[in-house]
Write a protein that binds this ligand. Sequence first.
Ligand code: BGC
Length: 812
Amino acid sequence: MSEDMLDRLLEKLDLVQKVRLLSGATTWRTAGERTIGLREMVTSDGPAGVRGEAWDERLTSALLPSASAIGALWDEDLTEELGGLLASEAVRKGVDVVLAPTLNLHRTPLGGRHFECFSEDPVLTGRTGAALIRGIQAAGVAATAKHYVANDSETGRMHVDVRASERVLREVYLAPFEAAVEAGVWLVMAGYNGVNGATMTASPLLAEPLKGDWGFDGVVVSDWGALRSATEPALAALDLAMPGPQGPWEASLVQAVKDGHVPEAAVDEKVRRLLRLARRVGALESDRPPRTPALGPDGTRSLLRRTVAAASVLLTNRGVLPLDALSLPRVAVIGVHAACPRVQGGGSAGVFPSRVVTPLEGIRARLDGLAEVVHVSGPGPGIPPAPLGTGWCSDPRSGEPGVLVRLLDGAGRELHTEHRLSGAQLEPPVTPAARTVEISALLRPPSTGAWTFAVAGFGRMSLTLDGRTILDGEFPCTTDDPAVVHVNPPRHTVRATVDTTEPVLLTARRELVPGAGRATIVAAAPPEPDAAAALAAAVRAARDADAVIVVVGTTEHTETEGHDRGDLSLGGHQDALVRAVAAANRNTIAVVNSGGPVELPWRDEVGAVLLTWFPGQEAGTGLADILFGDAEPGGRLPTTWAAALADAPVTHAHPVDGRLAYTEGVHIGHRAWLLTGRRPAYWFGHGLGYTTWEYGTVHVPAEVTEGSPFTVRVQVRNTGDRPGREVVQVYLARPHSAVERPVRWFAGYAAVHAEPGAWAVAAVQVPAHALRHWSEAEKAWRTEPGTYQIMVGRSADDLAWRGVLPLRGRTG
Ligand code: BGC
């Protein structure tokens, strides 16, 4: 359908019909319009997977590794395949618009949504995001570049006003969005935050550079609930207000047009964009293509398994990895995370995985018949109680594993009952007369002692254990952050003694009142083992083993949307655990299961440190492939990791008087480390494989011309005895620049594969953009002629080759 035909459809609509299309019909659907054959379009969160329209644990999804892991791939082909998987999942779930990728940056290691973003670097983020977008959209499903822009931390995210110069925005924070628009993204999501005094849904940045300079022809959608008024966002080029119904536009945009505050042409332009989106995803009945998911369960699993290995970053290896499965009679797998890994971060991106292979299961399967595998949990990692599940809970009515959910009216009469698999009920099927939601389960306690129980939600809540009230209180809602209200409300914990291993009845009740959200979560944790005894057991297991794999990590609560982190420690006794087992066995491999940076104070005491991020559903299969050498760990750090939080150059994420000043300017990530002269634990770009490489001749053009891209050719030889993949990186510098520049900046990369002893040539394409800077004075991009430095190597710090690059001005 041509653009002209979209205009014909538009002409058929009156003002009321047009305005109705600009707000959500439901939480996840846009409005449809029968008279022009437009159906509702379904949106769903990404980027970890596609949940679909409901928060229902029975409707499972393929769970990808976290975005930080995808940022570690440095592999656009594989990223595109993952985009294809998201599209396939979207098709399976009837979703038209995937709310991914997140293109904000790892500005500080404390960012609560760090796991959901790719990298600290605008170029790597842009390239990775563009690849994911291409992969999603190739299947006729829309991608959404979010959150436009400078939504890089969570503290006060609904109202924070980020202060950054136009140069910093253009060169750093807007750059990945520019790459997304170049890749043809169909939606951009305006964030909750403000930039330089304007809230993003009403920001001039929506018009310029997004729709003007860059020529974005898609839909600008608000983040969920970000629209606070009607007129300013309508004038500022926002197109679609989500969710609905009853958003500010529905209430007053028609009147604002009638009163002459908003020209009808502005409304027409928004509807035109929405119809263009509808055409692209096939929501205009006449041209809807038939859709079948491209990937079945087997294809999904093997892609995700491959991705775990390709994204895991081998930070240190003292000759311990890969392990030889045939010469290890006994392997100790240690740590709570080995059996209960964190496979995803917290917040709106969460999905219910169709399956999870734990590290322990993966290792056991790989060593089946070859070696004895012993698992010891060690002392608790300080994980808060987990929502009731199917483990040791059963529905008190049916006896089936899981919980019973009941809705009661004001007189306590039962209106609805349902058997569910989880104590986290984010959207119980509320009926108008319902006043109370109740979740109950028969708990079969695996051990007696002081249990920890928790309820989460807002309003009046209580918790009873065999009829005895152990918690009862009023918990008013004090935030307007939807991710906190609807997904991750604060937990209220209570300790209670359970002195029997006979079933006990746990019942949580929450009163349903307007404005208190729908989430009700009931959680429990058995008594923690005595830390000293658990540590001693872990040390014994380590001493008796031929190799030790100790898995440590963060929790869903430390890395989650809605909150920034307070520190970078692993928590609990995890550091002591790694130290103790490493002292007992030199063959100790520490596997780090976190979405973002953590302090690894024992990193020089272990045989190897392997970072697997939040690895998604194939955590264990992918890990076993790496550990036993069936696959090479392929990841490179997309973000510099500090040895200690105190060393990190950019940590301020707390607004002062509502403002968050990006005082570091263009110096974020490795650029900031280089500027301060401090040394991190691991640099941007770092990561080891299982072979070694020699760098040979580097060919750089004798001269480049302003505005022209160029190619750097680097010969590398695989000097080890296994095939491998090397990621060759190029950095630029301009020491005597007339403008302030980073000490050096990342310009591009290329990966090559080579057999043992073989040479390969990495051709790194450097875009013309890499040399330009934004001139505040001229409000335009400029490129300084003269000599640049160019560096080639394996990380922001390991740059064995350095040369010069003369640049000729277009007129010079
Ligand atoms: C998040 C978005 C998400 C939206 C819908 C918001 O709270 O910031 O990333 O897409 O909710 O779940």
